[in-house]
Write a protein that binds this ligand. Sequence first.
Ligand code: HEM
Length: 596
Amino acid sequence: MLGIILFSLFISYTAYLGLCFLRHWSLARKIGLPYVSFPISSHNILFLSLFETRFVPYVINTWLSPKLADFIYGSAFKTRWAARDRLHRRYGGVYMLITPSVSTCMVCDASVASQICMSRHGFPKPIKQYGALEMYGPNIVTVRCPNVFRVSANVSQSEGSQWAHLRRHTATPFNERNSALVWEETIRQTKEMVQYWEDEYSRSSSASEFILTDTREDILKFTLNIICSVGYGVKLPFRPGLENSTESAEGLFKDAITPLPGYHFTFRSAMEYLNKHITSMFIANGLLPKGIPRSVLPFFKKDFDAFDDIGRYLRALVSTAETKETLSQNLIDGLVRSKQKIDKDQGLDPELTEDEILGNLFVFTIAGHETTAVSLRFALVLLALNQDAQEYLYEGIREATYDEPRNPVEWDYRRVYPKLVSPLCVMLETLRMYPPVSGIPRWTGDSAVNITYHNQPYLLPPHVYVNVNASGLHYSEEYWGPDAAVFLAKNKEGGLSGPGLEYDTIHKPVRGSYIPFSDGFRSCIGKKFAQVEFVVAMAIIFREYRVMLAKSNERETEDDLRRRAEKALGESTAFITLSMRDEVPLLFQKRCVSKA
Ligand code: HEM
């Protein structure tokens, strides 16, 4: 009997999927764009989890034809990056991907990408995909854009104006004074991190070189420390501290070995837990209904504990900021200042609630440290693989700093940062080839929206997803020439810039063809923050060190090392941010020349 029921359920579900698929297929045909079909949704959890294994990618890479491999990779959002622009070369700059549950408009055409990012009245973020990010409160990522309420009856005006209100409040703290803090803190953290590497990993035979077999943890710690300082005003040492104290917010946030009584995690370990277990944290705290008693979900215990602890840490920080007499330039103080500075006369901009402050701080932490960390990791490997780019970087740093004090702590942000063009070019080129956000998700919402592609109008119906394929655009020979797949930081001087990258000397690609920070209304609010952090960290490291691929055993040849590094880069996957799954051991060697 049970067998019959299960069989009937299976048949009904398959028939339902078939009907859904036909509906999407007929909608896609009407649009008039080329279309391809795939039997599984690109967000299907089971399908995506197959790529977590080593076996499935191995089978795809070894046994399937490159065309079929691209087709499968391009159909799952996690691995889409691997197909770069190859599917677009086959099906066109804009085509429809039809699956039983959704139709997605795949975009790898700069003009259409730009129309989508710049659109005022269409293509909002599919915010229901980001619901889990609202764990601590409404924030800039999870509320709807103001444009939406004008065209959709289903979105209230209050939701639309809440986005404008949040964007206004959250954008204000990201200013030049805050960038100067990023500069100072990054210098401090880079010096401490390099010192730590020298102390821990230098070969006993030589103090002038060390090998890092795993940079992931240290670099995540580095960017997290910077967010803690510039975001929350909590200065964590790079080396773990030894004791706790509750006397001040700083004490509460000390990088201790054990958490305070009543806490399960130290602040750093809670954030690290979040980083490593982001999926289960989101499922436990963002997706599961709050009504389910925690006791029936013992396997999520750590996720609940980390969630509670992070909330308590953030609340403690907000209360401390609210009682301060003089607010500083960090992000939390900026939000509290913004809250206190409401224009009561006009009554247009209500103050930020505590939940909104918490929600946004959490999003800054999530959006602001892993993205920069993965970019730095990619850059180190790319530079180890490309010694000429590294020489260009070094010469640029020397030129920019030769008349500056020896100790970077004395470098003045306003004077030195604009001179550090070569590290910026390295960042831009790293983000071109390995964009941490490799596809920008949008959808048409409740209204049909027009796009113009090759001078032809196409009407995308409501509820169609859009994937603006950053990696496809970044590898397209149409925009980057025949060397699109080569790391050429050097050529990006006089070379590369995206919207808002304000260097006259850096090349401006066709608008829409370079979108590592997205563009338009929902572009990255922390772009300058990330640039300052990346640039000064690179300047300090590469002024003193050159980096090379390190052998993991004596038998490895130069070719083996290159192949291993290229494989690690190529097998990167994106759950939220694109990142290397495997580590590439790196040898840091002190340059003989005296410091500038
Ligand atoms: C290399 C580093 C970074 C990269 C590549 C990057 C990239 C991006 C991209 C592509 C988006 C748009 C996502 C979308 O539309 O789906 C975005 C949004 C955002 N980023 Fe970044 N980001 C970086 C660093 C940062 C930092 C350091 C912060 C804050 C400290 C930050 C905060 C945000 C926030 C709050 C948003 C949401 C803006 C909105 O929805 O209006 N990001 N970022």
